[in-house]
Design a protein around this ligand. Structure first.
Ligand code: ADP
Ligand code: ASP
Ligand code: MG
Length: 407
């Protein structure tokens, strides 16, 4: 008898019919002899609505503990409804909220980190032949307050649950049939990947492919949880996230991700002297603003230079204010900030042993007259920043160029 954690995302539990369909699926697994623990998201759209309400009443600087009290409620509803739908099928089922599992987190409200999951009560439920249904996305802080794990965080609670229970597999049911070579909603020729390494999946997720939340992949990698991404709308095998040695034929480029969550800042006429980079990025770091790509142009006159870098789009205004207030120290002439950029990344562990991947990328984009505004690389990925209007064209072009198109 295998122990499987099944996680259902927002579109999979979007209405009562979908919740009944999920109950059918869980019941089938149970009748096939598997032990099943379930983890659910809120109904599609619910969390967005709750966030809007918090912002409408709480303003820009709302209390984050109360944010968690409000936005965690969507998962409470689906956990209870799914338990009822399972009971209607004659199965024993019980819902559990984050604090009842308990899934312990730190106290970083709105983006809490899972610290431990004791799951004694869930194990007891399983031992009694019950199906525990955990409300995803939520945990409990050291002082007993409800926390949430950040948007998309029910993937993480599912993996934490699978790790704590020592489950044989964690199935992430969603609205596409697996992890694709790129977002199938943007590139029609995207191909479903049968197996992807943890490392590649981690890069794909952190570079924008929202099919799995980044922390969930890191957690699965650390605890060797077998992850499968598959559709709750069909009955076909999905994508397995595995160790590198479980992949026989490795592609050089496995996938392409994009992120619109970027903004570009350019400081023009910065004095070109030692220590200047530290004085630009120090105050941003102090304000908890992450800087990603950085380009410094060659100084034309030997005295001044231009520095371009990217920050999260949500941080653009804050970054501007901080830099403006330091203008006299930094000595730049002018600052440009724009949010209409996108970061596109090609990812593949095969890049470690293959040269020329970047050149192919730059050439393909040049042939389409797409200007590259910044570049960053690591061992298994290359990211470029371009004008947002070219997102689809660049994705389609690169997808074809690297031979990823579905034939
Ligand atoms: P859920 O609500 O089930 O958690 P999400 O919306 O968070 O679902 O994630 C699924 C979505 O991720 C898909 O609908 C798809 O548009 C998007 N996506 C982005 N990149 C990829 C990719 N490489 N493979 C599959 N889906 C992707
Ligand atoms: N409901 C939460 C969100 O929309 C968590 C999740 O779906 O994973 O972000
Ligand atoms: Mg998701």
């Amino acid at each position: 008898m295998a122990l499987v954690v099944q996680k259902f995302g927002g579109t999979s539990v979007a209405d009562l019919d979908r919740i009944r369909a999920v109950a059918d699926r869980v019941a089938r697994a149970r009748r096939n002899g598997d032990q099943v623990a379930v983890n659910v998201s809120a109904m599609a759209g619910t969390t967005n609505q709750l966030v809007e309400w918090v912002q409408a009443i709480g303003g820009v600087h709302y209390d984050r503990a109360e944010y968690d009290a409000v936005v965690s409620s969507g998962e409470q509803v689906t956990a209870g409804l799914l338990a009822l739908a399972l009971q209607a099928q004659g199965l024993s089922a019980r819902s559990f909220l984050g604090w009842q599992a308990p899934l312990s987190t730190d106290d970083a409200h709105g983006k809490a980190r899972v610290e431990a999951s004791d799951v004694a009560s869930l194990r007891k439920s399983l031992d009694q032949g019950q199906i525990p249904v955990l409300a995803g996305f939520q945990g409990v802080s050291p002082d007993g307050r409800i926390t949430t794990l950040g948007r998309g965080g029910s993937d993480t609670s599912a993996v934490a649950l699978a790790a704590a229970l020592g489950a044989d597999r964690c199935d992430i049911f969603t609205d596409v049939e697996g992890v694709y070579t790129t977002d199938p909603r943007i590139v029609q020729k995207a191909r479903k990947i049968e197996r992807i390494t943890y490392e590649e999946m981690l890069e794909m997720a952190s570079l924008g492919a929202r099919v799995l939340e980044t922390r969930s992949v890191a957690l699965a990698m650390r605890h060797a949880v077998r992850l499968q991404v598959l559709s709750s709308f069909t009955d076909v095998p999905g994508t397995l996230v595995v160790d590198e040695d479980e992949i026989l034929e490795q592609q050089v480029v496995s996938g392409i991700a994009y992120s619109r969550d970027e903004a570009k800042v350019t400081l023009i006429g910065v004095s070109d002297q030692p220590g200047i980079a530290a004085s630009i990025f120090g105050p941003l770091a102090d304000a908890n603003i992450n800087v990603d790509m950085i380009v410094q142009s060659v100084s034309a006159d030997g005295n001044t230079t231009d520095v371009t870098f990217t920050v999260g789009r949500a941080d653009l205004e804050r970054a501007r204010t901080i830099l403006e207030s330091n203008q006299s120290d930094l000595g730049f002439r002018r600052m440009d900030g724009r949010g209409d950029v996108v970061k596109i990344s090609v990812i593949g562990v095969g890049m470690r042993s293959h040269a020329g991947i970047a050149h192919v990328m730059f050439k393909a984009l040049a042939d389409r007259d797409i200007n590259i505004q910044a570049i960053s690389t690591s061992e298994i990925k290359i990211s470029i920043l371009i004008d947002e209007v070219y997102t689809e064209l660049a994705l389609r072009t690169l997808h074809t160029t690297y031979g990823l198109d579905e034939t």
